[in-house]
Design a protein around this ligand. Structure first.
Ligand code: GAP
Length: 506
């Protein structure tokens, strides 16, 4: 049974060292989280699984790692300076600021009804209610007050300002002089680094259409209301693909990537039945999108929320960043660019004439992926003896620790020497982290490893070294291997253990 609530996950994450609040010892920083010893392993395993499937297992992909701080012209011509904003409202009574849609969504149903009626929309069409509030800011302020919209902080009805756009990009100064000109942006999506390197990748790899570029990296958004643990954060990580194709083939590629991405989520332990596909309505599309499918995973407590967006970005981005725009028959409406020094075209595979390709973009959040994987793995079970256990049933390739090697007696050198040698041998297989576990008794070690999702515990005992007087001499040179999910224990010869584990973790 997956986790029922976000609280259960938050508590487990803190207790077992997956995730901590950022800057915690100074009271914490909202919207920032640190990944602990197990969190970093889980995150690395998710990213490795994504890279394997989307780069190594395909013949039409390249990888990239571009810089986080970008020239302000990149974010101007990408459209982010003008449009990457959320509507916010302030409560004049206590100067608290909220994202308009979040504020209204969190109200009681009767209040939402009153807001909808006040702005002339039906409450069942929530996006239309928000759009109408943004369109009529002066009326929106009155409607929010009259409907009795409460401030979550004070619990009282707020004195609400008109909704205003708030740009979510983080700016930073570059170099020793902090003047009007010397600033850059922390990228709000990894995608822009791919577009600005399009020509470099084509020139250095001789790629022809269709092909894609993949990148995993940090992105930064000054969210007005970061919330729900790592679901909405200000420093996030993305796994993005920009797949470049011949205009006219884009809709087929869009379907191709939708199918591929759904299959990938399933291989990570996210059942297909827990993901809804939202064909984003035209009025909600991002400024660059011709069409977008949002994959909505059923998170505990939150319900269906976006885990990945798969957008058809048409020729908008390369068209926005290229020079000589007027000569290139662009389909998307782009702003004039007199700053770029590069022509972002590629020969059409049939005619050899230069063309600005269309782009399909599967874009997944690492933090949201981790939350979903954790939530699916989380299992509470009642054992035959009536005891309850929490176990994280990760797919083995995602488990933060693959094997724990446990010496039954931690101060008997004959046992610890064998256990340490086994740890070294298994670590050498390159399957991920193998832990030498000599804290606490065996029962506690098993419980701990159930709770962090270690698929196998290998125990070295007195039988292993032939010193169990009432034991079976045939067990000398063998260890006990305990299976996390079935709890079955099997004796395996040390000489065959590496092959056994490799086979099981394949
Ligand atoms: N390049 C396209 C793009 O960035 P997006 O829908 O804004 O599109 C893509 O973001 C993915 O990044 C989302 O599906 C989500 O998984 C993740 N994401 C976006 N904002 C986030 C935030 N504030 N916190 C955590 N993850 C976020």
């Amino acid at each position: 049974m997956p986790a029922n609530s976000m609280e259960e996950l938050v508590s487990l994450c803190k207790r077992r060292g997956f995730i901590f609040q950022g800057s915690e010892i100074y009271g914490g920083l909202q919207g920032f989280y640190d990944y602990g010893p197990l969190g970093v392993e889980l995150k690395n395993n998710i990213k490795a699984a994504w890279w394997r499937a989307n780069v190594y297992e395909r013949d039409d992909m390249e990888g990239l790692d571009s810089s986080i701080i970008m020239h302000r012209m990149v974010l101007r011509h990408s459209g982010h300076e003008a449009t990457f904003s959320d509507p916010m409202v302030d409560n004049k009574k206590n100067n608290k600021r909220y994202r308009l849609d979040h504020l209204v969504k969190d109200q009681k149903a009767d209040v939402i009804e009153k807001v909808a009626a006040g702005i002339g929309e039906d409450a069942s069409n929530f996006p239309a209610v928000v759009a109408a509030l943004i369109k009529q800011p002066a009326k929106a302020s009155e409607v929010l007050k009259a409907a009795g919209v409460r401030d979550a902080f004070s619990g009282e009805v707020g004195d609400w300002t008109e909704p205003k756009p708030f740009n979510m990009m983080f700016k930073t100064t570059i170099g020793p002089v902090a003047d009007e000109e010397s600033y850059g942006y922390l990228r709000p999506e990894t995608a822009q680094g791919i577009f600005t390197n399009f020509k470099n990748v084509v020139d250095s790899t001789s790629r022809r259409l269709p092909f894609g570029i993949a990148q995993i990296g940090k992105a930064f958004r000054n969210e007005i209301t970061p919330r729900n643990f790592i679901f909405r954060v200000r420093e996030l990580e993305q796994m993005e693909i920009e797949f470049f194709c011949v205009p006219g083939t884009d809709e087929d590629w869009h379907q191709h990537w939708l199918d591929k991405r759904l299959a990938w989520w399933e291989a990570q332990g996210i059942p297909r039945s827990k993901i809804e596909i939202l064909d984003v309505p035209p009025e909600d599309l991002a400024h660059y999108s011709k069409r977008t499918y949002d994959l909505m995973y059923d998170y505990p407590t939150l319900g269906h929320e976006e885990i990945e967006g798969i957008a058809n970005r048409s020729d908008y981005d390369l068209g926005s960043h290229t020079k000589s725009q007027s000569e290139l028959n662009l389909v998307a409406t782009v702003s004039e660019n007199n700053d770029s020094i590069a022509r972002l075209t590629i020969p059409h595979p049939d005619t050899n004439k230069p063309v600005v390709p269309f782009v399909i973009e599967p874009s997944a959040g690492v933090d949201r992926a981790l939350l979903a994987v954790l939530s699916e793995a989380f299992t509470k079970e009642t054992l035959e003896n009536g005891n309850e256990r929490i176990v994280l049933k990760f797919k083995p390739h995602l488990a933060p620790i693959k094997v724990a090697v446990i010496p039954l007696a931690r101060n008997r050198e004959e046992i610890t020497t064998v256990a340490k040698a086994i740890k070294t041998e298994l670590q050498g297989l390159g399957l991920g982290r193998v832990l030498y576990e000599d804290s606490g008794n065996i029962g506690k070690a098993y419980r701990r490893h159930d709770e962090v999702g270690t698929p196998y515990c290998v125990t070295v005992d007195f039988d292993t070294i032939g010193q169990n007087e009432s034991g079976d001499a045939a067990l000398k040179g063998t260890v006990t291997v305990r299976d996390r999910d079935t709890l079955a224990q099997e004796r395996v010869k040390i000489s065959e253990l590496a092959g056994w584990i490799r086979e099981k973790l394949r």
